[in-house]
Design a protein around this ligand. Structure first.
Ligand code: SF4
Length: 269
């Protein structure tokens, strides 16, 4: 099976579900089974605005082979941030947004996002020549009781799979080598592009004091895929058994800043 079509007989899992489950199985239960989704916040809106600027540029670049201006990229981000802040309930209790009006929150987020977009537009976007943007891909796993699905942000003319992240934590080559999400991209890319060994890169925008943009390449093997599938298999078994233990109380995730369920979670209140 190629893209867009997931099997109806088996559950189909995404990387985000695996990631949430790995951090706290109970949070995964609340979100993916009880459908109690967390509200957007400063970080999710900044990330979505940043992502939207890239998507807007790359979609048109397939035809024009040219980048749009940085102002147009920022405009795309503004549209995304304003839409989300006006149309959705946003968590305004975090340190960044507390006490602000929605308008002031949108302005702050856009201001901060613009700095990241400028770095990206100057340093990373010019070298990407896209042939596919935002492709939804379904992967059938014949030997498993589940399938997989996900989205690839961009595929370049060199058949490289690209993703971008904004983070206060630097990503190292070693960290990326152990990053399960890149293995998921490899598996999705192998299905979608029908290539033996797709590789890719992660574009990082470091959001700490000395902001910077840099690119790290990645490659994966079938052994990495076996490890990825083993993790999905373990999650599937837990879901089938209805076993959703909370994470450790002193784990970083179990904090009002990082878990949107904290205020109501029965394991901390
Ligand atoms: S508050 Fe802690 S235990 Fe509860 S869902 Fe969040 S991370 Fe899990």
């Amino acid at each position: 099976m190629s893209k867009e079509q997931a099997s109806t007989e088996k559950p189909s899992y995404s990387y985000s579900r695996l990631n949430t489950h790995s951090l706290c199985a109970y949070a995964g239960y609340l979100e993916y089974i009880e459908k109690q989704w967390c509200l957007g916040n400063y970080y999710t809106l900044r990330g979505n605005g940043f992502h939207s600027s890239r998507e807007t540029n790359f979609r048109q670049k397939i035809k024009t082979a040219q980048d749009i201006s940085v102002d147009d990229c920022i405009e795309a981000a503004a549209e995304e941030i304003n839409t989300q802040i006006n149309d959705q309930e946003i968590d305004m209790k975090g340190d960044e947004l507390r006490g602000r009006s929605k308008q002031a929150a949108a302005e702050l987020i856009l201001c901060d996002t613009s700095v990241l977009i400028r770095l990206d537009h100057a340093n990373l976007q010019p070298s990407i020549m896209p042939i596919h943007v935002e492709e939804s891909i379904a992967v059938e796993l014949l030997d498993e009781p589940f399938d997989l699905h996900g989205v690839i942000d961009v595929v370049t003319t060199g058949f490289e799979i690209g993703d971008a992240k904004t983070s206060k934590r630097n990503m190292t080559a070693e960290g990326l080598a152990n990053n399960i999400q890149m293995t998921m991209y490899y598996k999705l890319g192998k299905t979608f592009l029908d290539r033996e060994n797709p590789g890719g890169f992660l574009d990082m925008i470091y959001t700490g004091k000395k902001k910077k943009a840099y690119r790290l390449p990645w490659s994966r093997t079938e052994h990495d895929v076996a490890i990825l599938v083993a993790r999905f298999r373990e999650m599937h078994t837990a879901i089938e058994a209805g076993s959703f233990p909370p994470c450790r109380r002193d784990f970083w995730k179990c904090d009002p800043k990082w878990c949107g369920h904290f205020a109501t979670c029965k394991y901390v209140n």
